[in-house]
Design a protein around this ligand. Structure first.
Ligand SMILES: [Zn+2]
Ligand SMILES: [Zn+2]
Length: 89
């Protein structure tokens, strides 16, 4: 998602764009029903940077929800990825 390739990084983190999959059922138990669509694979470096950016802006990132904010920030990080790649190749 952030532009890193699994064979380059060896491992990819999964970022949760939404906690909407966690719900309370009728008996009052919390149930985690995560859709795969709520997980974004990205490299560790960018994952940490994404969280730093989200933290800096608090709960609301320019009034966007977590999913939208994550996608926009990752899109920006992704450009950095290709720049880094261009410089090193
Ligand atoms: Zn995350
Ligand atoms: Zn990355």
């Amino acid at each position: 998602m952030c532009g890193a390739r699994l064979d380059e990084t060896g491992t990819l983190d999964l970022h949760h764009v939404s906690y909407g999959g966690v719900t309370k059922d009728s008996s009052g138990r919390w149930q985690a029903r995560e859709a795969d669509a709520d997980l974004l694979p990205m490299c560790r470096e960018h994952h940490e940077e994404l969280h730093r950016t989200l933290d800096e802006h608090g709960r609301d990132y320019m009034g966007w929800n977590r999913r939208r904010a994550s996608v926009v920030i990752i899109a920006r990080l992704r450009r950095n990825h290709s720049q880094t790649k261009d410089n090193t190749v």
